[in-house]
Design a protein around this ligand. Structure first.
Ligand code: PRP
Length: 216
């Protein structure tokens, strides 16, 4: 007997929308909603197992083949690279990568090497390379917006969703980098070995996504 398909979902920001999507499919999401401290959750009747993980770990699980399918933000995909199939844009979790810093400053001016704080050094490096600009990048783990406020950096490369965090801290967007949303990813071997089951699930996700679109 095959093991159930195992899905890795990003916990936090994308979690609610993903569970709502699964509910539209008709999946019994009671374990996902009332999960307690349990780490492997089941969607009974659908032969699916779900693990909730941090975005970077979702990618690790998919790349290592311990999960077949994942839901993760495009931000983490761009930052970490990809050895998996990215098969669908779910349309939620919409935000963007942006270059931002203290209000009223002209970032693209002067010859001094700028210092950029970010949780996404690869994204930041790629962005400035594409502009032919030499910058120093400082990796920060959280609240990147603090860096220019306390003098650690001239600007930040970070995710902007509502823009509220920037506004409340006297920062503004200097440049938009790339739009982001939640994506479905699939392990390369699973796509071959479990093709029918995966395609059936992707079909259900696609239909539920279209249904939401039609309701809006
Ligand atoms: C992200 C991002 C910004 C904030 C932007 O952080 O790093 O700080 O959200 O959202 P806004 O434009 O709606 O204000 P998150 O809340 O995910 O927390 P983190 O800093 O711990 O990663």
């Amino acid at each position: 007997m095959n093991r159930p398909l195992r899905i890795a979902l990003t916990k936090g920001r994308l979690e609610k929308d993903t569970v709502a999507l699964f509910q539209r499919i008709g999946f019994d999401c009671s374990q996902l909603i009332d999960k307690g401290r349990r780490l492997i959750l089941e969607i009974p009747d659908a032969d699916l197992e779900v693990v909730l993980a941090k975005a970077a770990d979702v990618i690790t699980y998919i790349e290592n083949g311990v999960c077949d399918i994942g839901v993760v933000g495009k931000d983490t995909i761009i930052e970490q690279g990809k050895t998996f199939y990215e098969v669908m844009d779910l349309g939620f979790g919409r935000c963007r990568f942006a270059l931002a810093g203290p209000k009223g400053q002209t970032f693209y001016k002067g010859y001094n090497v700028k210092r950029i704080a970010t949780k996404y050094p690869n994204v930041a490096r790629g962005f400035f390379e594409s502009k032919g600009m030499d910058v120093d990048i400082v990796k920060i783990e959280g609240s990147v917006e603090l860096a220019p406020l306390i003098g650690l950096a001239d600007a930040i490369v970070d995710i902007v969703e509502t823009g509220g965090t920037l506004r409340e801290n006297g920062l503004e967007i200097y440049d938009e980098i790339v739009p982001i949303s939640a994506r479905v990813i699939v392990n390369i071997a699973s796509m071959k070995m479990k093709k029918e089951r995966i395609e059936a699930l992707l079909g259900k996700i696609e239909a539920a996504k279209a249904q939401k679109g039609a309701e809006q």
